[in-house]
Write a new protein. Structure first.
Lengths: 665, 268, 561
């Protein structure tokens, strides 16, 4: 056509119809297209080149000019065209093909989604069109059994369930607490009731934690900017915007152990007498950096203080009971003997039985030692007989003791130990009780006074108590038979005494705790006075009020506690700091002083003279922000909020999780 | 049109910045920015996909198609930006999302490719100096071949020599049958010319001066056919790239809607 | 034997109808033979010698088929200024009034609007459009109440408050026996004035085909038409011009009397153009020759003229003049200003007619009397135009050579942007029952292709030969449209169009069966072309559908510059 000069003529170039869905099949195969063109239904438009018309009885060719005009041969006599072609198979146009391919792609996509989206059988699916990506490996572990339903309630709920889920809020947040637990409120800021009260917005887990980001994805990431979105004080960085730490940071209260770093390092460790016992590596001699976390725990007493203070601790004792002075003989010994179950009588009877056995033994064996034992028993029986048979009732009473009742006993009995008139009756009852029931009477007494006899009277046996009380009831001083191992419970002369076996003696601690919780002033004087005996424990172990000053009622007796163990500084629950990386970084030992500098001027000891632990003066100068900024201020060392702060309070797991973990193993 | 694309691109960039900024703000406020970016993305995607519908509704005054194309181009590019803002990654982790992203990139790339080749091809076609309607190319080629055969017949009749006729039947007819040297023509390499010089014209030394005149005509036809071939390959590409772009778009839209449904059911 | 052969023709595959003929669709089917007899006794018509008419176009046939009798009541508008009309009017009785100046406001004359589709109507084409090419509802071809090309009687508007109009506007009376409207009918130009009935009036409306026959076969009508044509054209034209617009009626009349009215080229220039072009020759009547001394200002009233200067061995087109442009003012002014100077008095450029050109020659004496004292020295346009390089003028030269300057809505495609997607063609088909109305090929210059789509010419020569007036200017907007109902498929317009923009198509019925002549089984043809989507919403669909802004509809007069 471009070869023709008249190519634009309407006779040569009819309208082209690109909107038509088919093209001539001949043309598609690079043959010569016929001018009939395909029909709208895709069939060949005709096999003859023209439809001749009849004019005046003659058939005339009407092949259009675009196909070359009337042919020279002319129509056949029957009026049909002389030029016929075989029919072609028209092809679809590119547009039509495109439309069909689009429909096919749509069908394939829908079919694929359906095939991989719905579980037709129950077999493991290789792939799923519901798959949103791999879970973090930890979640993967715990959800593999339940599958998607572990988090997504709508999974597998059918069309209606999906419709409902699509219309409503159906995110997975609600299901997190199936495993995780936090301090309430779970959906409040920082899990803090306090913050929630003032900032009532509800939070949900998926705000920060999103899943399906891959097995190794960090799903707990939190940016400073996210903190800034709620917090009014906006932070560009720790170095520039964080406020100065509190004046005493990091110390919120005095230490549990009144260990004066200042005096020890300044004086004692330099003292030639003790220097060999001084910790070899400085700080880490006592502080166990291997366990460094937020706190660097102090090693036990035996590894530390014991080097110097071992002796002073063992041997501390306290007097449980002192047989006091009476104005008249309080106890009718006859009653005791004659009483059927009297201990003395029973003892006499038992001794006589024993004598008989031993005599028989002596006769049969004839050994010298057996005879000596028999003689001894005879002496005891004689003595018993003397005592049982003595009659002193009418004689002038000469009390053996001139002591007062020991404060502990007075406290237990609830009487004034100084006044004979007050304690005589109670003591008499006690002594009679002991004579009758042994230790049990003392246990009952302790129990009545609110103490726990199991711990307070641990190790106390009848064999210690009964002979002593018997002697005192007879208005005699008790002399323990044979040697006295003065550790633990023992009676001596007029007293029942407990002597600490070693540092950390449980009975001693129990008594101190008892005194701290229930004690009167006199008892406290005895146990918590930081002076002699048992009270000396509190020279090092701080005694603190269990209540803060503010809440303390002046008139009410304040419960105290003895701080046995070194405790971590109680900072904000949302602050975290770990010594470990810092220690590793700076090196052990004296490097601690990079941050913690001994403050020699601090009146450290004075703080232990009172009960409030928050009134204190640390051995160390407080750590200032600047100290941290020295490293956490530049570009390379992290200074994000989450470096030092936590979001959640008391995060943990439901107990059922532990069973799951156990089950897995 | 390029100017319009530039102007609208400014708005596209502004839109992207607005969405991105708001998304970041939502992220900072611990809200789910994926909802904003996702719905924006699918809305823009659907609007962009409406271009094809607009073409079918040419009888209704829906604005100029060129404006729609400008929007299509800018909106399509905006989609790529929104896609990245939405996914925060180049390639998502999930298997299904992987397919979705794959389809998205294929559609985007085929679109960019199509836009570029259309711009380049237009000029290449103009440079041929002739204009051929794609549907008529088979007819044109056939007519060129018929013309060539007419010359051959005339030549044989006039000179009584069948050298040129044999050469035509043995060698030249292959070239005239249909478009040849498709890729070479597409990339503008001159393989057809080389072929003609080395093989087509190899017969010249055996021709008489009279036959050479006919051969001259034949050479003109070969040159004309090269131009028609140029039209064929470029117009063909102009049409065929849509064969990738359009069906993939349909698939992409379906996949995106399924993704949207899943998100609404499982996560929102 | 022949009869049997006819029966073997597959009748079922075709749809037959009577072949349409000229006058198959009369202007007014209510015209009776009595009406014709009455008309022949009217004073204006009784002198016509019926013998001079050829046998197949008798005078009675013309009156019966190409005219109609229209009655108007006072205030009713007969023709509206600006409308395109294809008929002239002869006042049989009564008096009309023509509004000279100022023009009546548009709304008061009820400017008729084209019927466009409703939104739903446009939308419904989505499913009503047909895959089958060129189908027609053949039943409508047999109906009587067809809208025929020409004036639309249903759209009459009555002017309100005539005394005020007479008060505020210059009007003139048209008395019984006068002929008017032939200017627009024959010149294919818009009506120049609004005319309404002053009293009850009876008019003979003659469509231009009839007028053409009357003019061709009756010398008295020819003289009357030509004389009136010149007079009315001149007065209106002078008043419209920049130079003479300020003159009063008497002065205008004086100028008009002294002007010389000239016509160059033939009315049907396209035939010679096509013939000459096929021979590679050019025949452009010279209006003024470069180097001659001008004796008057040439004002182009209609048609196109090429302004040229000699350049090397040829002539170079520097401009072309259309209606409203004038030629030779600069040398005439120089001669008036400096009578003694010798330079710049001759014409610096020549003027030749492109097709049919109406020119008014205003003598230098008139200019000296009425114009030159009142104007600034005119700019020498030749100087500026000849500054341009040959390359810069190539597009203009080409457009003039190809006569594309005629186009007002020419479809040009920027091939550097066009991706050859055919969206324009599809959009066109969507608006025309599935049929494209243009062909996306055509002449190329540089990167511009002028596609084979109707250009809606300033001088639509296609309309000249149409025997039924099926091809006509639409009432408003001036689009050239074909009334499919009255088209007889003779192909005259398609042959007349110098740009090959009208296509004849073979029609089919709604089932796709070809419609053929019941007598010969020849296919029935219809002329089709771009109608600029005149019944569609939103203008030409092709322009809107182009995805790369490559396709434009342009007025070539602006485009070529």
């Amino acid at each position: 056509m471009i070869l023709r000069d008249d190519r634009f003529s309407e006779k040569v170039s009819p309208y082209l119809r690109p909107n038509f869905p088919y093209v001539c099949g001949r043309a598609a195969a690079w043959g010569k297209p016929c001018h009939n063109g395909p029909t709208a239904d895709g069939s060949c438009g005709g096999t003859s080149e023209c439809h001749p018309y009849n004019e005046g009885g003659r058939w005339i060719c009407r092949r259009p000019p675009s196909a070359g005009g009337p042919c020279s041969e002319g129509p056949l006599p029957d009026g049909s065209c002389c030029k016929t072609l075989t029919a072609c198979q028209p092809r679809r146009t590119v547009r039509k093909v495109r439309g069909r391919v689009s429909v096919m792609v749509a069908a394939v996509v829908i079919a694929a989604i359906a095939a991989f989206g719905f579980d037709f059988g129950n077999q493991e699916q290789v792939a799923s069109s519901l798959d949103a990506g791999p879970l973090s490996s930890i979640h993967q572990n715990f959800t593999s059994e339940q599958g998607c339903n572990a988090c997504h309630a709508a999974h597998g709920s059918g069309a209606l369930g999906w419709l409902e889920a699509a219309m409503t809020k159906s995110g997975p947040s609600d299901n997190c607490t199936n495993c995780h637990q936090f301090k309430n409120p779970v959906n409040g800021p920082h899990n803090s009731a306090l913050i929630s009260a003032s900032h009532p917005g509800s939070t949900s887990c998926t705000m920060c934690h999103t899943e399906h980001k891959g097995a190794d994805a960090n799903i707990v990431k939190m940016d400073d900017a996210q903190c800034n979105s709620c917090h009014k004080a906006k932070f560009a960085s720790f170095a520039t915007n964080h406020k100065e730490f509190s004046e005493t940071y990091p110390f919120g209260q005095r230490t549990a152990i009144a260990f004066n770093h200042s005096s020890h390092f300044g004086k004692h460790f330099k003292d030639a007498r003790y220097s060999k016992n001084a910790p070899a590596n400085g700080c880490v001699g006592c502080h166990n950096v291997a366990l460094a976390e937020r706190n660097v725990p102090v090693r036990g007493f035996d590894d530390t203080c014991a080097g110097c203070h071992q002796d002073t601790v063992a041997g501390r004792e306290f007097v449980m009971f002192t047989f006091p002075e009476f104005e008249e003989n309080p106890i009718d010994i006859e009653d005791i003997i004659e009483s059927p179950g009297g201990t003395l009588a029973a003892a006499a009877k038992a001794t006589q039985d024993l004598q008989g056995e031993v005599e028989k033994l002596a006769e049969t064996t004839g050994s010298a030692s057996s005879k000596a034992i028999v003689e001894e028993i005879k002496t005891i029986l004689a003595d018993l007989g003397d005592r049982v048979g003595s009659e002193e009732a009418d004689e002038e009473f000469e009390p053996i003791s001139s002591e007062t009742l020991s404060p502990v006993s007075a406290e237990l009995l609830g009487v004034n130990g100084e006044e004979v008139g007050e304690y005589a009756e109670a003591t008499k009852t006690l002594v009679e009780g002991v004579l009758e029931n042994g230790v049990t009477a003392l246990a009952e007494l302790v129990d009545e006074a609110g103490g726990n006899p199991d711990s307070l009277l641990r190790g106390l046996s009848n064999s210690t108590v009964v002979p002593a009380f018997t002697a005192w009831a007879a208005n005699k001083e008790y002399e323990a038979a044979g040697e006295t191992i003065e550790k633990g419970w023992y009676a001596n002369e007029l007293s029942l005494v407990y002597r600490a076996t070693a540092h950390g003696d449980p009975v001693m601690k129990a008594w101190l705790d008892y005194a701290a919780q229930n004690g009167s002033e006199s008892l406290n004087e005895a146990f918590l006075s930081r002076t002699d005996g048992a009270g000396a424990c509190t020279k090092c172990h701080a005694v603190s009020s269990t209540e803060t000053d503010k809440n303390a009622d002046k008139n009410k007796k304040v419960a105290l506690k003895v701080e046995w163990k070194s405790h971590p500084a109680d900072g904000s629950p949302l602050v975290k700091y770990s010594h470990k990386p810092h220690v590793n970084l700076l090196g052990p030992g004296s490097w601690c002083t990079s941050c913690h500098k001994i403050n020699e001027k601090a009146e450290f000891s004075a703080a232990f003279n009172q009960l409030d632990p928050h009134k204190f003066s640390s051995n160390f100068s407080s750590v200032k922000k600047g100290t941290c900024v020295e490293c956490h201020g530049g570009g390379q060392v992290s200074q994000t909020c989450t470096t030092c702060h936590e979001y959640h309070q008391e995060p943990g797991f439901k107990k059922t999780m532990m069973r799951q973990v156990a089950g897995k193993k | 049109m390029t100017k319009n694309i530039s102007i609208l691109s400014i708005f596209g960039v502004i839109a992207l910045i607005v969405v991105g900024y708001n998304a970041q703000k939502m992220d900072l406020n611990l809200q789910n920015s994926s909802v904003l970016t996702g719905y924006t993305l699918i809305a823009v995607m659907l609007c962009v996909a409406l271009l094809n519908t607009r073409k079918k509704l040419s009888m209704i005054p829906l604005g100029k198609a060129s404006s729609w194309v400008v929007f299509h181009v800018v909106g399509g590019l905006l989609c790529v930006g929104l896609f990245w803002v939405h996914t925060n990654t180049f390639w998502p982790r999930g298997l299904y999302e992987g397919f979705l992203a794959g389809a998205f990139y294929l559609v985007s790339l085929s679109g960019i490719f199509g836009y570029l080749i259309q711009r380049l091809n237009s000029r290449k076609l103009t440079e041929t100096g002739i204009e051929v309607i794609y549907e008529r190319i088979p007819l044109e080629l056939r007519e060129i071949q018929e013309k060539a055969e007419e010359y051959i017949r005339e030549c044989t009749e006039a000179t009584g020599s069948d050298v040129l006729a044999n050469h035509y039947l043995n060698t030249m007819v292959w070239y005239f049958q249909k478009p040849r040297f498709y890729w070479s023509t597409l990339f503008g390499a001159g393989n057809a010319k080389v072929w003609f010089r080395s093989e087509g014209a190899s017969v010249k030394r055996y021709l008489s001066s009279e036959e050479l005149d006919y051969f001259q005509h034949l050479e003109e036809l070969v040159e004309l056919k090269m131009l028609v071939d140029t039209h064929f390959v470029h117009q063909n590409l102009n049409k065929k790239w849509l064969l990738l772009h359009v069906p993939l778009s349909v698939g992409l839209v379906i996949m995106a809607l399924w993704h949207l449904l899943l998100v609404e059911v499982y996560a929102l | 034997m022949a009869e049997q052969q006819i029966q073997t023709q597959p009748q079922s595959a075709e749809h037959t109808m009577a072949r349409p003929q000229r006058w198959a669709q009369p202007f007014d089917s209510n015209m009776t033979d009595q009406d014709v007899d009455r008309l022949l006794s009217e004073s204006q018509l009784k002198d016509i010698d019926g013998e001079k008419f050829p046998k197949h176009i008798p005078l009675g046939g013309i009156l019966k088929n190409d005219t109609r009798i229209a009655k108007f009541t006072p205030g009713e508008i007969v023709v509206r200024e600006g409308d395109y009309g294809n008929s002239a009017f002869l006042v049989l009785s009564g008096r009309l009034r023509v509004v000279l100046s100022p023009s009546l406001p548009r709304d008061s004359i009820g400017r008729s609007e084209e019927n466009t589709r409703s939104l739903f109507g446009a939308f419904s084409q989505l499913w009503t459009s047909n895959w089958l090419p060129e189908t027609r509802d053949t039943s409508k071809y047999s109906l009587d109440e067809l809208m025929v090309g020409g004036s639309n009687e249903s759209a009459r508007v009555v002017l309100q408050d005539i005394p005020t109009i007479l008060d505020k506007h210059n009007t003139g009376a048209i008395e019984t026996g006068a002929l008017f409207g032939e200017l627009a009918a024959l010149g294919r130009i818009p009506r120049t004035a609004t005319i309404f009935a002053d009293e009850d009036a009876e008019l003979l409306e003659i469509r231009w085909q009839g007028l053409r026959e009357l003019r061709a076969y009756n010398s008295e009508w020819k003289r009357m038409i030509d004389e009136r044509y010149r007079e009315t054209a001149l007065a209106a034209h002078l008043l419209e011009s920049e130079e003479f617009g300020h003159l009063d009626d008497d002065q205008i009349k004086d100028v008009a009397d002294r002007c010389i009215f000239e016509t160059y080229g033939s009315f049907d220039w396209y035939t010679s153009f096509q013939r000459l072009r096929s021979q590679g020759k050019s025949d452009e009547p010279v209006i003024a020759r470069q180097g001659d001394y001008p004796d008057g200002l040439l004002m182009v009233r209609a048609g196109f003229a090429r302004q040229t200067v000699k350049h090397g061995n040829g002539i170079k087109t520097i401009n072309y003049l259309g209606a409203g442009n004038n030629f030779g003012l600069h040398p005439l002014y120089n001669a008036w200003k400096n009578p003694d100077a010798s330079e710049d008095l001759a014409l610096g450029s020549g003027l030749s007619a492109l097709g049919y050109v109406d020119v008014v020659r205003v003598p230098a004496s008139v200019l000296a009397e009425y114009v030159f004292p009142n104007i600034e020295p005119p700019v020498n346009t030749i100087e500026a135009a000849s500054q341009k390089t040959v390359a810069e003028d190539a597009l203009l030269e080409w457009a003039v050579d190809e006569r594309f300057i005629n186009g007002r809505q020419t479809m040009v495609i920027d091939l550097n942007s066009c991706v050859r997607c055919d969206d324009c063609v599809r959009a066109c088909a969507n608006g025309h029952d599935g049929n494209p109305r243009f062909r996306r090929h055509g002449k190329i210059v540089d990167n511009w292709m002028v596609a084979n789509a109707c250009m809606h010419c300033a001088d639509p020569v296609c309309m000249i030969g149409c025997p039924t007036g099926a091809i006509h200017r639409s009432m408003s907007g001036g689009m050239v449209v074909i009334n499919d109902d009255t088209c007889i498929g003779c192909g005259t317009c398609a042959n007349s169009c110098p740009y090959e923009n009208i296509s004849l198509v073979q029609i089919a019925d709604k089932q796709g069966m070809p419609v053929v002549d019941e007598a010969t089984h020849r296919p029935i043809m219809k002329a089709t072309k771009c109608d600029l989507c005149s019944d569609q919403l939103g203008g030409p669909a092709c322009v809107r559908a182009c995805p790369h802004d490559a396709l434009k509809r342009v007025d070539f007069r602006e485009f070529a510059h």
